[in-house]
Design a protein around this ligand. Structure first.
Ligand code: F6P
Length: 323
């Protein structure tokens, strides 16, 4: 029997491109004559039956908007077995034949729990951190990286004029993918990430010293938030080199803004694929990038994978910095 009604939710930290994915889910559903409901505030919306009927009008002109029109949350109640059972019974009550859950690995764990309660769920990876082990691309990363790059390029103008050192903290939670990518793109003097143990003398002080010896008079240090506080690092640079670094924490600005073409197009493809998977009767699946295309894998397998270290990025950064 074909599916008649599905729900879509966004959960965890928002990411630019989530709206494009929601739009694609709705449009694909309508294309197949399936009703589509937006579940508000992530898994909380499922617990409280907080849903809205989606139609073409509701999702028109959102492909270009950051954030998520469905709102998002990190639901504490859904982490309990009771919350998960309530959410599953809402799906039954509303007659939802499947759910598309858009978010990061916390969202996937929620989807896994829901799937165990008998609900068909397909996940779409979306987080600016790009820290999901089973995919090397997640919606929002590209936009966040471009936002951070734009901000750092602006910072560089004033750092250059004043011949200063800048320490910029970028998001990424416990992962350094965003910081590494951004560091490569802005030509940072040094990049600190949580994946590698930090030797401040070698990784920062010596690189600044070498840059000065090579004639540079301003220095851009990119720090992943998981690698430590930018202020602490600035203080240590001050103590070691008698510089007076300026600290910038880019913060939540990285989570907003118009999604890039890459995020919009991938979100649209993934939204389409998610509905096709539900139509094929699949559940507990996550869509991942694979060799330039997309595949779907079991969520449990996805969550058990190890994220590969960005060895090439690390090697390239080692060659590019401190010259
Ligand atoms: O996971 C996305 C992210 O933006 C992380 O980079 C960051 O550590 C965290 O969310 C911030 O969360 P909140 O919006 O709750 O402050």
């Amino acid at each position: 029997m074909g599916i008649k009604r599905i729900g879509v939710l966004t959960s965890g930290g928002d990411a630019p491109g989530m709206n494009a994915a929601v739009r694609a889910v709705l449009r694909t559903a309508l294309y197949h004559g399936i009703e589509c409901y937006g579940i508000l505030r992530g898994y909380n919306g499922l617990i409280n039956a907080d849903v809205i009927r989606l139609d073409e009008k509701r999702v028109s002109h959102i492909i270009n908007r950051g954030g998520t029109v469905l709102y998002t949350a990190r639901s504490k109640e859904f982490m309990t077995e009771e919350g998960q059972k309530k959410a599953a019974s809402t799906c039954k009550f509303l007659g939802l034949d499947g759910i598309v859950a858009i978010g990061g690995d916390g969202t996937f764990r929620g989807a896994q729990a829901l799937s165990k309660c008998g609900v068909n769920v397909v996940c779409i990876p979306a987080t600016i951190d790009n820290d999901i082990c089973c995919t090397n691309y997640s919606i929002g990363f590209d936009t966040a990286a471009n936002t951070a790059i734009d901000c750092i390029d602006k910072l560089r103008d004033t750092m250059q004029s004043h011949e200063r050192c800048s320490v910029v903290e970028v998001m990424g939670r416990n992962a350094g993918y965003l910081a590494m990518y951004v560091g490569l793109a802005v030509g940072a003097t040094a990049v600190l990430v949580p994946e590698s143990p930090i030797d401040l003398q070698k990784d920062v002080v010596e690189k600044i010293r070498q840059a000065r010896l090579n004639g540079f008079t301003h220095y851009m240090i990119v720090v992943a938030e998981g690698a430590g506080s930018a202020s602490d690092i600035a203080n240590q640079i001050h103590d070691a080199l008698d510089l007076d670094p300026r600290v910038t924490v880019l913060g939540h600005i990285q989570r907003g803004g118009t999604p890039t073409a890459r995020d919009r197009v991938n979100a649209t493809k993934m939204g389409y694929l998610a509905v096709e998977l539900l139509r094929a009767g699949k559940t507990n699946r996550v869509i991942c990038t694979d060799q330039g295309g997309f595949v779907d894998i079991d969520i449990s397998e996805g969550l058990s994978r190890q994220k590969l270290p960005l060895q090439l990025e690390a090697d390239v950064l080692a060659a590019m910095t401190g010259i």
